[in-house]
Design a protein around this ligand. Structure first.
Ligand SMILES: Cc1cc2nc3c(=O)[nH]c(=O)nc-3n(C[C@H](O)[C@H](O)[C@H](O)COP(=O)(O)O)c2cc1C
Length: 146
């Protein structure tokens, strides 16, 4: 059974809801899924021991891209996470009326790639309230790799 870690940073609960929808699909495919709030996670060694790591953060700020508060220390120490060669994908909620729609998702994806993560799917950028159908469709593409 594949071991999947989903780490989410979520201020108003949207990215947390999305993480739950993703988990539902992966569990349906037989994965052993652990959901963790970014507030409770240390970046150091985060990716070790997992077959797949999904990183989720909403985007804040306006002119500048800001990651969700709890995700900032993980992002800043992602080089210590042990991502090299680990399957990964990135998701998050945002609002397309802002200049940098889901900028946090792009920033995390870029850094994860720099750290040698094996991205198994393009990122999922959720505009507005998370909808199960859209999120489940993305999770199905990820599930092909667990
Ligand atoms: C002050 C403020 C700034 C925001 N900045 C951005 C932004 O730059 N880009 C974006 O895509 N969404 C932005 N958003 C939208 C949030 O990312 C969106 O509400 C998201 O669903 C919050 O997810 P969460 O509940 O998981 O934290 C902003 C929202 C607020 C209130």
């Amino acid at each position: 059974m594949s071991k999947v870690l989903i780490v989410f940073g979520s201020t108003t609960g949207n990215t947390e809801t999305a993480a739950g929808y993703i988990s539902d699909v992966l569990v349906k495919h037989g994965a052993d899924v652990t959901l963790k709030n970014a507030a409770d996670v240390e970046a150091e060694g985060l990716a070790r021991g997992w077959d797949l790591v999904l990183l989720g953060s909403s985007t804040w700020g306006d002119e500048d891209v800001e990651l969700q508060d709890d995700f900032v220390p993980i992002y800043e120490n992602l080089d210590k996470a042990g991502l090299r060669g680990v399957k990964a994908a990135v998701f998050g909620c945002g609002d397309s009326s802002y200049p940098h729609f889901c900028g946090a998702v792009d920033a995390i994806e870029e850094r994860a790639q720099e750290q040698g993560a094996e991205l198994v799917a393009g990122s999922l950028k959720i505009d507005g309230d998370p909808e199960r159908g859209e999120i489940a469709a993305w999770a199905e593409t990820v599930a092909a790799h667990v």
